[in-house]
Structure formats: structure tokens, C-alpha cells
Write a protein that binds this ligand. Structure first.
Ligand code: ATR
Length: 276
């Protein structure tokens, strides 16, 4: 690459709400690196053309977000094993041999948990995952690999949960949405991956009663930071972990590959992203 200023960005549609430009911009300044990270609003029908052209414009890589995560994987020349397992890509690196696709959502999810609750143990009890959409795939994969003894997958559309359980393998038990109120009984970890509670969406109203003492609850929604799900979990005594940390941690491998420094996720990083 002839340019001396590496470029990266986040490709989505829409992408204006993404906190990634703020996050990468903060790290570039913190580490005194030259580079730029920009939002790229790209329509689905233009994705292949844009991905082919970006390396020629000086881009070393890109994050991809909704609705492009699956298509991006299909367009890659190479993919990490975890991206193939999850069936989606969120981190692309442009190499001489083409696009290398990775999915860092699962490791970002686990790193956020480890950061916030260092003594949480996957083996300590069943995990409950609400939702079976795109985000749930990475979370389920990460939790099974971390060694949860049982994973209860609760989704409004049963067929979607069945398909995810089948693809994931392992000790996954699908629970119907009308039985969701009992899903938390005896659980050590509660995870919301549904869009319930996100600004502008209906609240999360499932009971979280009966979880194990010391249970941990985490939401991948981070707008607002304190979601109805986390409020419910806190009210019944769970330790709560908000979803912003997952966003910060999933960004680390991409930044390291593109800009050459592995960035630290600290209280200052959070504050910089929240400052807007
Ligand atoms: P993402 O990629 O962010 O996971 P998604 O694939 O659209 O987005 O998934 C959204 C999740 O929120 C799904 O599990 C969805 O349930 P369905 O599979 O039944 O659609 C869940 N969800 C969205 N609105 C919901 C609602 N009102 N009640 C219950 N679950 C809801």
C-alpha cells in the first residue's frame, strides 16, 4: 500500500448511530497514530462494488454492521473459523489475497463479561439467552465454547431458536416465549440479545425471578445503558453488566490489525465514547 495514512471505517445501512468512529478516533489520538476511521453508509446492492474498491482507495480494513454481516462473509476470500461457525463477519481486513473476514462479537461479549465480573465462571450454572437473531448467534457460540453446562434459548419465534440451536450444537434447550417467565430459575447468567428495551422499542417484560445467588445479567443493547432488562435483573439481586463494553471489546482485534497497536479498553475509553 503506497499511502502512509491507513484508512478504515464501519459499513452499515444506516450507520449514523454507530459509536465505532468515535471509539477508533479516540484510540488513534490516544496512541498518537496516523489514520482515519469513517462511517460508510452503503446499500446492500452496492456492498460488493464498494468492498472491491476500498483497498484501492487506501483502506486497510472495515467493520461491517447491520444489514451486511452475512453478505460480507460470503464476499470474503478467507474467513476465520469463528466467523464461519457464527455465519457472519464484523471485521474485515484487506490483504493482497483479498478480504479476510473475522467475527469478533463473541470474544467481545466474553471479554466484556470478564472485565466487569472477573470471577464469573461459565461452569457456575445454566445461561439463559433471550433472542435468536443475528447477535444471539455470536453470543451462543461464545457461551458454548466458554463451557456453560446448559444454555436456555428463549425466542418469540420458536423456529428461529430451533435453527440456531441446531446450528450451534451443544447443550442448548429451546424455551417457548410463553414459558419465558420460568427460564431464569436456577440460572447463573442472563443475557438479552433481543431489541426489547432499545430506545424506541417496547420494554423487556419477562420475569427474571429465581436466578442463582450471584447471577450475572448482561444486555447487548447499550442505548440506553441501563435497559429495562438490566433494571429488572438488578431488582432481583443480579450483578449487571451493560452492553457498551461489548462494543468496545469487539473493536480491539480490528484496530490492532489495521493500525498496529492493541488498544486497551479502560474507563477513559468508555467515557470518550459516551461523551459523543
Ligand atoms: P439482531 O441482529 O440485532 O439480533 P434481529 O436479527 O432482528 O436483530 O433479532 C432481533 C431479536 O429480537 C429476535 O430474537 C427477535 O425475535 P423474533 O426472532 O421472534 O423476531 C427479538 N424481538 C424483537 N422484537 C421483539 C418483541 N416485541 N418481542 C419479543 N422478541 C422480540
Amino acid at each position: 500500500m503506497s499511502t502512509t495514512v491507513p484508512l478504515a471505517g464501519v459499513i452499515g445501512d444506516p450507520v449514523g448511530h454507530s459509536a465505532s468512529p468515535r471509539l477508533h478516533g479516540h484510540w488513534l489520538r490516544e496512541y498518537g497514530l496516523s489514520g482515519h476511521y469513517v462511517p460508510l453508509e452503503i446499500r446492500a446492492e452496492d456492498l460488493a462494488t464498494v468492498l472491491a474498491a476500498l483497498p484501492r482507495a487506501g483502506f486497510v480494513g472495515a467493520n461491517v454492521t447491520i444489514p451486511h454481516k452475512q453478505t460480507a462473509l460470503a464476499l470474503a476470500a478467507e474467513a476465520t473459523e469463528r466467523a464461519r461457525r457464527i455465519g457472519a463477519a464484523n471485521t474485515l481486513t484487506f490483504t493482497a489475497g483479498g478480504i479476510v473476514a473475522d467475527c469478533t462479537d463473541g470474544v467481545g461479549f466474553l471479554a466484556n463479561l470478564a472485565d466487569a465480573v472477573p470471577d464469573w465462571q461459565a461452569a457456575s450454572g445454566p445461561a439463559v439467552v433471550f433472542g435468536a437473531g443475528g447477535a444471539a448467534r455470536a453470543v451462543v457460540d461464545a457461551l458454548l465454547r466458554a463451557g456453560v453446562p446448559e444454555l436456555r434459548l428463549v425466542n418469540r419465534t420458536r423456529a428461529r431458536a430451533d435453527a440456531l440451536a441446531k446450528a450451534a450444537g451443544g447443550p442448548v434447550r429451546v424455551i417457548d416465549w410463553d414459558k419465558a417467565d420460568a427460564a431464569a430459575v436456577g440460572a447463573g447468567l442472563l443475557v438479552n440479545t433481543t431489541s426489547l428495551g432499545m430506545a424506541g422499542n417496547p420494554p423487556f417484560e419477562v420475569s427474571l425471578a429465581g436466578a442463582l445467588p450471584g447471577a450475572v445479567a448482561t444486555d447487548i443493547v447499550y442505548t440506553p445503558l441501563e435497559t429495562p432488562f438490566l433494571q429488572r435483573a438488578a431488582a432481583m439481586g443480579a450483578q449487571t453488566v451493560d452492553g457498551l463494553g461489548m462494543l468496545l471489546h469487539q473493536a480491539v482485534p480490528g484496530f490492532a490489525r489495521w493500525f498496529g497497536v492493541t488498544p486497551a479498553v479502560t474507563a477513559e475509553t468508555r467515557a470518550a465514547v459516551l461523551a459523543g
